[in-house]
Design a protein around this ligand. Structure first.
Ligand code: CUA
Length: 191
């Protein structure tokens, strides 16, 4: 470093300092945006840290409790929302076809009976992991009727590629007409 910088060198220092300032500002902006997204997701989606998740014994799912077979599928709650309970196991989802209403708050409650599976409804923001021993929850709303696929997107063994289910989003009125008798709904028989 010269002790007595000439004018062009001073200029190049200024240019460098200016560039450094703007790069630092850009990085700070990106970091602020990412932290802002985390805060927004936490508040808006009520994303919970792992310490808050519910646990369940994966070996007795089929015997008693919330995830017995006749409690799986879509259930209408007293407040008009819908809770959908799903199990993933090697190599299928139960139910094999989820029936969901449009324009209604839908809450998924799902778990795995054996290994880690992926739970992803294509073309939507539903993207979860089913981990044995834990109940995962997610709230969303579907805007329009659709026939969607739900592939497992977490490698879970030799049958992974064949593990997927259907999702049928139907008009709210049609859904609640079928829900009239209070049973759990799915579209397994309609396929
Ligand atoms: Cu289940 Cu991959």
């Amino acid at each position: 470093m010269p002790t007595t910088p000439t004018t062009p060198q001073e200029n190049s220092h200024q240019v460098a300092a200016k560039a450094e300032f703007w790069w630092a500002a850009l990085i700070l902006g990106i970091v602020t945006l990412l932290i802002g997204m985390m805060v927004y997701m936490t508040l808006h989606w009520a994303t919970m840290p792992p310490s808050r998740v519910e646990t369940i014994d994966p070996t007795t799912l089929h015997l008693a409790g919330e995830f017995v077979e006749d409690n799986l599928g879509s259930a209408v709650e007293a407040d008009g929302s819908v809770t959908v309970r799903v199990i993933g196991n090697q190599y299928s989802f139960t139910p094999q076809c989820l029936l969901l209403p449009t324009d209604t708050p839908v809450k998924f409650r799902a778990t795995s009976a054996d290994v880690v599976h992926g739970f992803n409804i294509a073309q939507t923001n539903v993207n979860l992991m089913l981990i044995p021993g834990y109940i995962v929850t997610f709230k969303t709303t579907f805007n329009k009727p659709a026939e969607l696929v739900m592939p497992c997107h977490e490698f879970c063994g030799i049958g992974h590629a064949a593990m997927w289910a259907h999702v049928k989003v139907v008009d709210k009125a049609e859904f609640f007409k079928q829900a009239g008798n209070g049973r759990r709904l799915s579209c397994v028989k309609q396929q």
